[in-house]
Design a binder for this molecule. Structure first.
Ligand SMILES: [Zn+2]
Length: 468
């Protein structure tokens, strides 16, 4: 019984084809949470796949109805070995975005795992079936090597992540005691680079808002009325320019983050963006001046115009359009005053002379970030480096957004995310795939992490000793 045995068992899951068999079965379940008719298959994924895998390791499993009516259920599972051992909460989601089958190339299908060289194609291979299948197999490897886990584990799976995690916050709120743990370990999103084992400690938040400029006079002839009636498209374009300039720099101070903390800055000092094969060239001179590209993605806010519309560009007519609208997205790091965004944007627009523009917040998700100096971060970093023989890249937060608020804030857990995908994975797009070396390395490093969690030398153990 040794750490090495656990890692070897995990690698064996890859080398023997067992991981591939599990993934082929899971990918074949079209768990598209946007489609109401998916309800039976969403349920089946939890009962037949996740619960079966966990029951084999002695977990007690329960499928729990969603507190939001009509939304997919959750799976709660736990294996408590002893009260003094550390307790981890594991999370994953079994639903996927739409398959979009017609747009996959080379005869690939979203619902059939196809291995081409190092690429394992199939919907969910990056997000999230490939990732949680690695974690479940690593858990089984540790169980196989030790005959038990050596720690307590609680598991939460949802089937609605791709439709905004309905009910997840309410569930965490109502089951605080039952979900109590010492830390969260979960896997989603990409590594910073394909060959760099990565941890991230939270994510940027996202806020979608719609701006509408409308003419009370309705659409009017541009010759007879141009020059005396305000044009909503012109007004909106200038309002947008007052929010973000032509080089991507945010101009509304209220939506900027606080200064970058030193422990964040040092963690990302050496990171490069867009250097993997297939990555696009970065736009020169774009974004906040004086920051590195990594600081712009991981430690600053961005304001993107996602969509805009006025008149009919396919069939323009000589008229002042009645309505112009744009949907914008603020990606923000912790410390941003995003909850007051509507008031801040309205006040800014009024100051800039655009008081008549209507501002509506359409969706939002909070930013989270565990302190990079937290003892669980150093623990995980050490464990992964021991397993892989490589330095571990630590991102204070993901550039994208994940539902981490319920774990970090509602449950108050240190959150450690260990991604098993990479930036070129085509997540949410046709030809989504996992990368064989990343999956295999992920199996080993997760087995190492789970092994170490049961080996006594954890921040929780020190905490318990201190309390005595
Ligand atoms: Zn997703």
């Amino acid at each position: 019984m040794s750490r090495e045995t656990a890692l070897n068992l995990a690698f064996h899951a890859f080398d023997s084809g067992a991981l591939r068999t599990d993934l082929a079965r899971r990918v074949a379940l079209a768990t598209e949470s946007q489609r109401p008719e998916s309800a039976p298959v969403l349920h089946a994924y939890l009962s037949d796949e996740v619960a079966n895998a966990l029951a084999a390791l002695g977990f007690a499993c329960e499928i729990v109805e969603n507190p939001v009516e009509g939304m997919p259920p959750f799976l709660l599972a736990e294996r408590i070995e002893a009260p003094e051992l550390p307790t981890v909460l594991l999370y994953g989601h079994g639903d996927v975005v739409g398959g979009d089958a017609e747009r996959w190339s080379e005869g690939r299908s979203p619902w059939q795992l196809r291995v081409e060289g190092d690429r394992w194609y199939g919907r969910g291979m990056a997000d999230n079936k490939g990732q949680h299948t690695v974690n479940l197999a690593a858990l089984a490897a540790v169980f196989g090597a030790r005959g038990r886990l050596g720690f307590n584990a609680k598991v939460l799976f949802e089937m609605g992540e791709e439709v905004g995690s309905p009910g997840l916050a309410a569930l965490c709120e109502s089951l605080r005691e039952r979900l109590a743990a010492d830390l969260l370990i979960a896997s989603d999103g990409p590594r910073q680079r394909a060959d760099a084992p990565t941890l991230f400690l939270g994510s940027r938040g996202a806020l979608h808002f719609r701006l509408r400029a409308r003419s009370s006079a309705g659409a009017r002839h541009s010759g007879n009325w141009g020059g005396v009636l305000a044009n909503p498209a012109t007004v909106l374009a200038n309002a947008l320019a007052s929010l973000v300039d032509g080089h991507g720099r945010i101009r509304i101070n209220g939506l900027l983050p606080p200064p970058i903390a030193p422990q964040v800055r040092t963690r990302i000092a050496d990171l490069e963006i867009g250097v993997d094969e297939g990555d696009p060239d970065l736009s020169p001179g774009w974004g906040e001046p004086g920051l590195t590209p990594a600081e712009r993605v991981y430690a600053w806010n961005t304001l993107e115009v996602l969509a805009m519309e006025a008149g009919d560009v396919r069939q323009p007519v000589s008229a002042i359009p009645e309505l112009a609208q744009a949907v914008c997205q603020l990606r923000f790091v912790v410390g941003t005053d995003w909850r007051n965004a509507r008031e801040l944007i309205r006040a800014h627009l009024a100051r800039e002379g655009f008081a008549d523009i209507d501002v509506e917040i359409e969706a939002s998700g909070a930013a989270t970030r565990l302190d990079p100096d937290h003892p669980w971060v150093a623990w995980a970093e050490r464990s992964i480096a021991t397993s892989t023989g490589k330095p571990t890249t630590i991102l204070p937060n993901l550039g994208g957004t994940i539902p981490n608020e319920c774990f970090a804030h509602t449950l108050g857990l240190p959150t450690i995310w260990v991604p098993h995908s990479y930036p070129g994975c085509r997540q949410h797009a046709p030809n989504e795939h996992g990368l064989a070396p990343v999956l295999r390395e992920g199996l080993g490093l997760m087995a190492g992490l789970f092994w170490d969690l049961g080996s006594g030398d954890t921040p929780q153990a020190k905490h318990v000793a201190h309390a005595r």
